[in-house]
Design a protein around this ligand. Sequence first.
Ligand code: BES
Ligand code: ZN
Length: 642
Amino acid sequence: MRLPRPAAFLAFALAACSTSEEPPEELVVAPILTSAEAQDEFTWAKPTEARVVHVSLDLGLDFEAQQVGGTATLDIAAADGAREIVLDSNGLEVSSVTDGEGDPLEFDMGDNPDGDEKGEPFTIHFAAEDGVVTAPEQVVITYKSAPGAEALQWLSPEQTAGKEHPFLFSQGQAILNRSWIPTQDSPGIRQSWDARIAAPAALGVVMSGIRRGDPASGPDGTKIYTFEMEHSVPPYLISIAAGDIAFAQLGARTGVWAEPSVLQAAKDELGDTEAMIDAAEELYGPYRWGRYDMIVLPPSFPYGGMENPVMTFLTPTFIAGDRSNTGLVAHELAHSWSGNLVTYASWRDGWLNEGVTSYIESRITEQVFGKVRAEQEYALSYAALAEMVDEMGQGNPVTAMRTPPGTSPFDTASEAIYDKGTVFLRTVENIVGRERFDPWLRSWFDNHAFQPATSEMFLDDMRENLIKDDEELENELMLDEWVYGTGLPSNALKPDPEAFAAVDAAVAAYADSRDLTEIETEWPEWSAAEQRRFLERLPEELSPSELGALDNTLGLSDTRNAEVQFLWLDAALRNRYEPVVPQAEEFLTRVGRNKFVSPLFAVLMAQDEWGQDIAKALYAKTRGGYHSMTRGNVDNIVGWTE
Ligand code: BES
Ligand code: ZN
């Protein structure tokens, strides 16, 4: 569904229209917001002058050179008098630019000598026709990604489960896609897209769009895959993965891709996915994206999960054999409403995506796994937030949900975005009651579907449609303090004290007695959340014999749950427990998930020479296997210099 340009431009001149009716087809281009709250500091684009509305990629995957290359054809909408369009680039190697008719256009690639994460402005100059500068309907960019493109991770066969074929995946969020796609890489500039991808015939390809038909044979033994995303999405959601992958159907509209040897375990672990979609739809309205498939990636994937539309990307480390870590799936699925349907316009509103999503995750968890598990997860969130505020101080700007200007989208504290967002919405829900809060949140998604949003819009909508001039309610909610203020507001909903009562009593008793007799019988009965709570609350200092007893009695080294293993490694390494070192080395060599890798290197570096020597020697071996995001963090932790 391509749009004639003048109509498309009309639509973004409309700014944020909030109507729940489908706009007529010629007005489908999502508006860009221009309020001060909506400004994105991390783009070079000037979308009120000229903006991208559709991206069409025709790319080949070169595993040898570790580059993608081909053309990107952009449909653009320009205001009257616009003379250029400014795109984002991070190291793109552009060889030519033409208009849709093939007539060359001039372009400049700006400098970025310090390798700043914002990258370079990539400006395409419009040509003059009869002395008048006219915006073309399309620009066609012929380019390659740089070999070290930050969004892309090229894995050697050894880094895969099958060990035979290479693997590629991308991670666009937050501002990495400009390293492989020449477009306006800003979450408020929504774009539909399609892609034609040529890949080595032995590999399968998936993207965050619907696959059209079976792959065709291309030149030089390649296969050509075609994908399409007909909705306008923030461009960080365009993603790709390619490798030796197979598919298993889960339900009518759900399925999972994984390397063949991982597929059965992945399928078993994901058996609740349809039930999760049903739960979310009941609360927040129809799932609007068609299919919901997932891909379980090799373990170097730097996140737990990424909500790429119609194709959630997942770490394999969530597979525990008992579905205990599938809150992750509820989370990525929830982004189909909060994040992908309604998206923050600026990185400063991280909570609008992640906090609202964490709240929905907890509602899905309650529906699918019951209230006890949901209450435990809420207690973990609340504790994380309270501890962070305690440590940083009630007035510290890093504790604000709307983050301070200039904050890199990679440098936000997850407690302020995820946990505070959850506690905020649970607090509002508790005060107004679900029978009013649930329909309101649903209407928020309906009214802003496929559009960017800001904190200000969220609060305005809440005031207009939920609070409705009820002054007492307004005062009770403390909305501005929650969203713009720092620390933990005084009306925060406290977790159920029963949630972890048994575990907390057991760990307190253990701290005094160092005796595991009773815990040994309780441990297998405990939920994964309870086991994690126990390990998190262990005494800071543990002797080698105590650590040995914990390991033997609770079977920590043999756990199939990576979250549990991580907490065990953390406790053992902070106490310089020599027997655990080979296990830590194996884990850090195999797994690249930043949430595990960065803290474990930090624990080692916080020791004396013992830990620092282990960390430095190990990192020299593992660094090449990590994604750029994980690598960037660990470089700082170990003081890496090339
Ligand atoms: N969208 C995030 C991942 C992300 C956030 C990438 C910001 C880059 C910048 C994803 O949905 C996420 O939150 N993942 C979490 C899941 C967890 C909270 C259940 C993760 O990977 O740990
Ligand atoms: Zn998320």
